[in-house]
Design a protein around this ligand. Sequence first.
Ligand code: ZN
Length: 126
Amino acid sequence: MFCPKCGSVVDENAPFCPNCGAALGQPQAQQQQQQQQPTVIYQQTTQQQSNIFAILGLVFAFIFPIVGLVLSIIGLNKAKEMNGEGHGLALAGLVVSIVEMVIVLIAVICVVALGAAAISNIPTYY
Ligand SMILES: [Zn+2]
């Protein structure tokens, strides 16, 4: 056979032309199957979506217990939809809200009781 590049006679089985060094036609150059890079696409399914209601519930639990309670309950429901995301927070908000309300309630009762006692102790001059 002839070298396609330089035209010199080369051995049929020679992989390269001895004259010019060109690779000879043998389809040995068959593109080795390009390494199939395992395209592992890490699906970012774990969008760390935070349970805003749970967070707000806990925050408001300290400021406005009633608002905190409502938000925490919403947060608990959201946590169920979000695979438990923020469940602990919502629960904490719920507890804090209730504790806060109980404290406020006791405080109010105390004030009222004291006030009532004070009023009843006011001597009536008239
Ligand atoms: Zn050649």
